[in-house]
Design a protein around this ligand. Structure first.
Ligand code: AMP
Length: 521
């Protein structure tokens, strides 16, 4: 019996399995690689190619290829290929289908139950969209786990540290950055705080290098920059060559390649590691700033063994982009600890597989309000977002948080609010998600994620109490109950994603099962 975990990455994805004893391995794709590019090529409306071949075709047929779909998860974006519209969830489902069908054909196992990872900094909509992608791919999603938590689980399982350790997991992938402070004792992982930016990753380092190469090309050839940017084929070639050059700079002090535009214009493009560092320093600095925020947030908490979390013992690097030399150097300089590169491409999938094994072999002992409780939790998570409700404070609409970022989950919190006027016939409940850790903040910092109305009984005086309970489960799914205290009227809001509705998920699941996802065109 094996348990499967999937790292659904912005640029690369990976699938791993754990056995009953917690031995874990990455499963190669049918091209023999441990990681698969998260690139989808639409050959026709019934045939789709995912992986290395699709990535290669991004140059030849850019209009048929979808790159970086993870950045659209949780948004209402739509993509058109061969006259058909596709949602981000469906395109991600094709990637999942390819990973699972390759793993199935290699292991001979039918794979249905999986844990899928997401950046810790994903909000409610993005997490829900990821779960929906799994369902569209025909999978049963056991849990959605935060990527740095999964990496910490894999690290804990491997290091088997007996003593209490506070670790900083610095996770810089292709399109997202997460920083998490976690306590590891043996194979037990407790997340203390988490921060991040889900639109910052290796792709942004690539973008700086691309504009550097475009200026260099134009200086050398006299061509207008617009001409290069307008030529999709040349631009795609540059994207691929730039990523290769960036990777080379992790091992060499400089690198070069040549680029042509038409028959006449050709130039050798060069870059040194120092130049690369200089033009991308602002991105690295912003990850260091976020790291300091996460450390500051952790410092206000104590570990499960009562240890103060104001210091940490180790820095673990995960995510392919932590191979860039400057990342390690900058962290060492800033925090005085030698960071350890820990299976940067695979740690997350391995941890997700270990979590799948734990969830299936330790079924919930009891169901509690606001989530599932187990006798002894081996993994404890925090929420990466705050949740609250719109209220009036000093005649101004504000966002009053009921759950604060970095609170432990699952949890259930109740706050009491009061009606404004006598004979008020209803209250409008507007639910927001935010990144702010203050109890009350400006409404503009929040994102409206759900709303409902609580009808009030007649003749209710002003200042009548309303109890509003927010329950956040282990997967970051939120439900809200509002109760008018004096006469017991109530309403429930289950926060549903602004994305796909149930009927649409089922329709896409059926449509996706009819589409052939292959490795080669
Ligand atoms: P991940 O999302 O963790 O798979 O990370 C993918 C990102 O890591 C992409 O932006 C890759 O370009 C980047 N990456 C992979 N290998 C290297 C390397 N050797 N040097 C620099 N960046 C790398």
């Amino acid at each position: 019996m094996f348990y499967y975990g999937i790292d659904l990455g912005t640029t690369y994805s990976c699938i791993a399995r754990a056995d009953e004893n917690g031995a874990v391995e990455v499963i190669k794709n049918i091209e023999g690689k441990n990681i698969t590019p998260s690139v989808v090529e639409f050959i026709s409306s019934t045939e789709i190619v995912v992986g290395e071949t699709a990535k290669g075709d991004a140059i030849l047929a850019p209009d048929n290829v979808s790159l970086y779909i993870k950045r659209s998860m949780g948004k209402k974006d739509e993509f058109l290929f061969h006259g058909e519209k596709y949602k981000p969830e469906q395109i991600s489902a094709f990637i999942l289908k390819k990973l699972v069908s390759d793993a199935s054909s290699l292991t001979g196992e039918e794979i249905t139950d999986v844990v899928i990872s997401v950046p810790a900094y994903f909000g409610f909509d993005e997490k829900q969209a990821t779960e929906n992608a799994g369902r569209i791919a025909g999978l049963n999603v056991l849990a959605i786990v935060n990527e740095p938590t999964a990496a910490a689980i894999a690290y804990g399982a491997k290091s088997k540290a007996k003593e209490d350790k506070i670790v900083l997991v610095y996770d810089l992938g292709g399109g997202t950055f997460d920083i998490t402070v976690a306590e590891i004792v043996g194979d037990r992982v407790t997340v203390i705080s988490t921060e991040g930016n889900h639109t910052l990753g290796g792709k942004d380092w690539d973008a700086e290098l691309i504009s550097y190469f475009v200026s260099q090309f134009c200086e050398k050839t006299g061509v207008d920059e617009e001409r290069v940017y307008d030529d999709t084929e040349v631009l795609n070639e540059l994207v691929i060559k730039t990523e290769e050059a960036k990777k080379e700079l992790s091992a060499k002090n400089s690198t070069a390649f040549s680029l042509s535009l038409g028959r006449e214009q050709r130039a050798k493009l060069e870059v040194s590691v120092d130049k690369f560092d200089e033009i991308t320093r602002h991105h690295l600095s912003s990850t260091i700033e976020l790291t300091k925020v996460a450390i500051k947030q952790a410092a206000t908490k104590t570990s499960s063994t009562g240890k103060s979390c104001d210091k940490f013992d180790e820095i673990i690097l995960v995510g392919g982009s932590t191979r860039m030399r400057q990342v390690k150097e900058a962290l060492k300089k800033e925090f005085g600890i030698e960071p350890k590169l820990f299976e940067p491409d695979e740690a997350v999938a391995r941890g997700a597989a270990l979590l799948a094994q734990y969830l299936v072999t330790n079924p919930p002992a009891q169901t509690a309000v606001g989530g599932i409780a187990r006798k002894s939790e081996r993994f404890e998570e925090v929420t990466s977002k705050s949740y609250g409700i719109e209220t009036i404070d000093k005649q101004k609409s504000v966002l009053s948080h009921v759950i604060l970022k970095n609170d432990k989950i699952p949890l259930s919190n109740t706050e009491t609010y009061y009606t404004l006027e006598s004979n008020q016939w209803a209250v409008e409940l507007k639910i927001y998600e935010s990144n702010i850790m203050e109890p009350i903040t400006d409404l503009s910092f929040g994102k409206l994620i759900a709303e409902n109305e609580l009808k009030l009984p007649p003749d209710l005086p002003a200042d009548s109490p309303l109890d509003v309970t927010f329950s956040l489960d282990r997967n970051g799914l939120l439900s809200i109950t509002a109760v008018e205290r004096s006469r017991g009227g109530s309403c429930n809001i289950t926060v549903k994603t602004a994305g796909l509705q149930e009927s649409e998920i089922l329709r896409l699941r059926l449509a996706t099962s009819a589409i052939k996802v292959t490795e080669e065109a």
